[in-house]
Design a protein around this ligand. Structure first.
Ligand code: 5AD
Ligand code: SF4
Length: 483
């Protein structure tokens, strides 16, 4: 009775690698949902558990402990987790000693309520409390339930080397900031992940060097708001004004950190996510242009093209400021690709507001987009102050129009590559044919081409001769100079 771990991230299924620890006496099965940050956190959790006698397993029926790292961003994400808990209930019927813990944003949001609402749950652990896992596990071993949802002012897990359980050995995440101070009115993240803090750059560089020595070829610097990165010796971003003059003078911002990473490992490709328009500086864009190993791709969520909706969302920028930023990006990096997050049906969104979103998209012609219907999240400023008054049918209709327009633009952007040669990092076999490799170019578009003698982890030049809206098709012409 074995069920593969359904790790999901951006549509890809990542199967957990069984990790062997010769001192392990117990096994843990972990599932992650939601954003890349959660997947990155799961690797921290796996590392902490490995130090405490657990090996990871991909068979939930054989595990002593099941952990589920949860997401609260939309109601649907929470419903998915609740369904999984029902499944774990069935596993417990077979294995009476099984313990179940919930981690992440839903744990933080629901706290003790989780224990009452879902009888299967033994342990509830918020995103800043993973170092307490050994104690919490002892509690549940002793037959008590355990909860730690304390948010921290300085926890960044900078001193923990993640166990890369969901990795292909080529791409890895390095988390650089935690939390978010932006308080977009629709968003539950500031409540589940706390205030913004940055990780010591020294530990980031050490992690980068470690990944390089293990053969990794591409890293993504991760945070809810990476451009807001600011290291001044530790502490919350909001307390920077209280820092000493010496601390301020030696502080490191995101542009500087990006440059340090690019220079330290010039053969490693560097990506970063997520950027917030109001925090993205021209310095960052210039550093991207200066270093070949920083990918020309920016994920720049905007959420709406209407100024009145942006205001109601408490986004700290106008449509015009956003467009100026986009123009600057294209001016400094003409072949940069840009993607967005968009929400349809925010409270009071009129047909006019929706048209503004479509016209903004028409102007930018994004390469990709992540598009969602507004989902009211309990406790957020929007839930408290605004009526979720857009009919579901209208939300869906607007979302389909946004998705359809995005597909048109993705195809438009893909076609621009036809006849050009792009550098691709080979990541895996193509899903459609085992004769082809799949990888991504700098702009984050998937490229598929015949394997020849190349192997996973190679950087190759591929001449593009065909495309769909999501994939470029071509022929490899040789190793790229970065290989
Ligand atoms: N409803 C719908 N989408 C949301 N997002 C965040 N909160 C909500 C919500 N309440 C989307 C935003 C964000 C992405 C991670 O999820 O577009 O950028
Ligand atoms: Fe949420 Fe806004 Fe922060 Fe993104 S920037 S995590 S949408 S509050």
């Amino acid at each position: 009775m074995s069920e593969k771990n359904p790790y999901k991230y951006n549509g890809d299924t990542l199967v957990i690698n069984e990790e062997t620890n010769s001192n392990a006496t117990k096994s843990v099965y972990i599932e992650s949902y939601g954003c890349a940050m959660n997947f990155s956190d799961t690797e921290i959790v796996a590392s902490i558990l490995s130090e405490n006698g657990y090996k990871t397993s991909n068979d939930m029926y054989e595990a002593d402990l099941i952990l589920v790292n949860t997401c609260s961003i939309r109601e649907k994400a929470e419903l998915t987790v609740r369904k999984r808990l029902q499944k774990f209930n069935k596993v417990r019927k077979v294995n009476g000693n099984l313990k179940v813990g919930v981690l992440g944003c839903m744990a933080e949001r629901l706290k003790h309520k989780f224990l009452e609402e879902e009888k299967i749950v033994d342990m509830v652990v918020g995103p800043d409390a993973y170092k307490d896992l050994p104690n919490l596990l002892q509690e549940i071993e002793d037959g008590r339930s355990a909860v730690n949802v304390i948010l921290s002012k300085d926890e960044t897990y900078g001193d923990i080397t993640p166990t890369r359980i969901n990795s292909n050995g080529i791409n890895a995440f390095i988390s650089i900031t935690r939390g978010c101070d932006n308080m977009c009115t629709f968003c539950v993240v500031p409540f589940t992940r706390g205030r913004e803090r940055s990780r010591d750059p020294q530990s980031i560089i050490e992690e980068l060097n470690d990944l390089n020595s293990k053969g990794y070829r591409e890293i993504t610097l991760l945070g809810q708001n990476v451009d807001s990165y600011l290291w001044y010796g530790g502490g919350l971003k909001k307390d920077y004004s209280k820092a000493s003059e010496i601390q301020k003078a030696s502080s490191i911002n995101f542009a500087k950190l990006l440059e340090m990473c690019a220079l330290t490992q010039p053969k490693i490709r560097i990506r970063f996510s997520t950027s917030n328009p109001q925090d993205m500086s021209l310095d960052v864009i210039k550093i991207m242009a200066k270093y070949e190993n920083i990918c020309n791709y920016i994920h720049l969520p905007v959420q709406s093209g209407s100024n009145s909706i942006l205001k109601a969302m408490n986004r700290q920028h106008t449509r015009e400021e956003y467009i100026t930023l986009i123009e600057n990006i294209y001016k400094i990096i003409p072949d940069c690709s840009i993607s967005h997050d968009m929400i349809s049906g925010f409270p009071n969104e009129s047909e006019e507001d929706h048209k503004d979103t479509l016209s903004l998209m028409e102007k930018v012609k994004y390469s990709f987009g992540y598009m969602f219907k507004y989902s009211e999240r309990p406790g957020t400023p929007a839930a408290k102050k605004l009526d979720d008054n857009i009919d579901e049918i209208i939300k869906s209709k607007r979302l389909s129009e946004i998705v359809e327009l995005q597909q048109k633009h993705s195809l438009y952007r893909s076609k621009q590559f036809i006849g050009k040669t792009v550098e691709v990092l080979i990541e895996k076999e193509s899903k459609k044919s085992n004769l082809n490799w799949a990888g991504r170019n700098q702009q984050n578009t998937t490229v598929v081409f015949p394997k020849k003698n190349y192997k996973i982890g190679d950087f190759v030049n591929v001449k593009i001769n065909d495309c769909t809206s999501a994939t470029l098709v071509g022929l490899a012409t040789g190793y790229s100079k970065n290989n």
